[in-house]
Design a protein around this ligand. Structure first.
Ligand SMILES: *Cc1c(COP(=O)(O)O)cnc(C)c1O
Length: 402
């Protein structure tokens, strides 16, 4: 559709012919809301409420502590990991689920450093989502003797580990996982990929990487606070150490030994008691993902992004790459008064978000966002700008979460 902007009727026709249209009914969104924040917190799967009720009433309520055995709670970090694996190009026994992405970053980078004891440089992207970089700062200061180098320097030759995101949270710019992984390996460095902004938005393949981490509450729709995942390449599983040596990663947690002995395989990267109720939300989401053709998700995601960019035209500066293949599933625009612009937009039912200092983000989750939604969102944005609706005093003060 390059160069030819569609009208609303054409968008309705595209939605009617959309091979993913059945998935919209798998999610619940409030009436009148166009939700373009699935890159931050995905929409609830329709079955999530039922699955959570079942976890509370049947599993917890009936089995009580027996739920650890009878409802599979004990195995959740690994069973959920095996279900996430196909979404990131991994196989069974390679992914463990639990904790948060920040924790998983710490574990993965610490393990990588132990596997490269002769090197003292950590390459990290200062433009990455700050928590990744913060965790590495804390780890480096704890260990002492490490140099933190910015990815922009592009020097891997003496690096122990390279940490970066496949898709940039602010601009949506996408890295070439295969090429950068090969580049790091050729320089003798290990690589940790963060796929928070790509998993569930496109076909992800971290199978060449050494480690990968990601969250489940963005495009995967597992719910607020849902657990993160950690991939450990099988070639490292025998030697990699989990410095967060909690009892869940022990070879025999219920032997209650005084010394830590790591479990075999990826299980050793489990740390502590799984967040059972949060796993219920994740399971409801994965029930949907099992049926999703990811190539179609990517194709639709690029088409939605292109449509939005064309409709907005040159009215706002594009902060994302212009080439849809070089983007994740979001489009970012710049406006010096981005915050009140976004508040005015949300007041009119179009939900995006704002990232300081001047970025408006619009995420397109192809399972529940259609072409007509994009058309209406862009039209509303242009109206907010043309009529300067954002100048209202109500939109000036910042809320705690932007
Ligand atoms: C969303 C996101 C996180 C979230 O970290 P939490 O520990 O779950 O709060 C981390 N890193 C990146 C790159 C993200 O996009």
């Amino acid at each position: 559709m390059t160069g030819v902007t569609l009208d609303r009727d054409q968008c309705l026709a595209l939605d009617a012919a959309d091979p993913l249209r059945e998935f919209k009914d798998e999610f619940v969104l409030p009436e009148g809301v166009i939700y373009l924040v699935g890159n931050s917190l995905g929409a609830p799967p329709r079955r999530a409420a039922e699955r959570l009720r079942q976890a509370v009433e049947d599993e917890w309520g009936r089995h009580l502590v027996g739920g650890w055995n009878h409802a599979g709670w004990y195995e959740q970090p690994l069973t959920a990991g095996d279900r996430i694996a196909p979404l990131i190009g991994a196989g069974p026994g390679q992914v463990v689920v639990g904790n948060t992405t920040s924790i998983a970053v710490f574990q993965a980078v610490a393990a990588a450093l132990r596997l490269r004891p002769d090197r003292r440089v950590i390459v990290s992207d200062t433009r990455n989502f700050p928590t990744d970089h913060y965790m590495v700062q804390g780890l480096a200061s704890l260990l002492g003797g490490y140099e933190l180098r910015d990815l922009a320097d592009r020097r891997f030759d003496d690096a122990a580990v390279v940490l970066l995101s496949e898709v940039d949270y602010r601009t949506g710019a996408r890295q070439d996982v295969r090429a950068v992984t090969a580049e790091a390996h050729a320089a003798g460095a290990l690589i940790v990929w963060d796929v928070c902004h790509s998993v569930g938005a496109m076909e992800v393949d971290v199978s060449e990487a050494d480690f990968a981490v990601g969250c489940t509450y963005k495009y995967l729709n597992a719910g607020p606070g849902a657990p993160a995942f950690l991939y450990v390449n099988p070639r490292h599983q025998a030697a990699a150490e989990n410095v967060l040596s909690g009892w869940y990663g022990h070879a025999e947690p219920f032997a209650f030994e005084t010394g830590y002995r790591p479990a075999e395989g990826v299980r050793r990267f489990a740390v502590s008691t799984p967040h059972v109720l949060s796993f219920a939300g994740l399971e409801a989401a994965l029930d949907v993902w099992e049926r999703v053709p990811m190539a179609q998700v990517r194709a639709k995601s690029m088409a939605l992004g292109e449509l939005f960019v064309e409709l907005v035209g040159d009215r706002l500066e594009l902060a994302s790459p212009a080439d849809p293949a070089a983007r994740g599933s979001q489009v970012s625009l710049r406006h010096s008064d981005g915050y009140p612009v976004m508040r005015a937009l949300i007041d009119r039912g179009v939900h995006g978000d704002f990232r300081a200092p001047d970025v408006l983000r619009f995420g397109f989750a192809p399972l529940y966002i259609g072409y007509t939604d994009v058309y209406d969102a862009a039209t509303t944005l242009l109206e907010v700008l043309d009529k300067e609706l954002w100048r209202d005093d109500r939109y000036a003060t910042r809320l705690a979460v932007t």
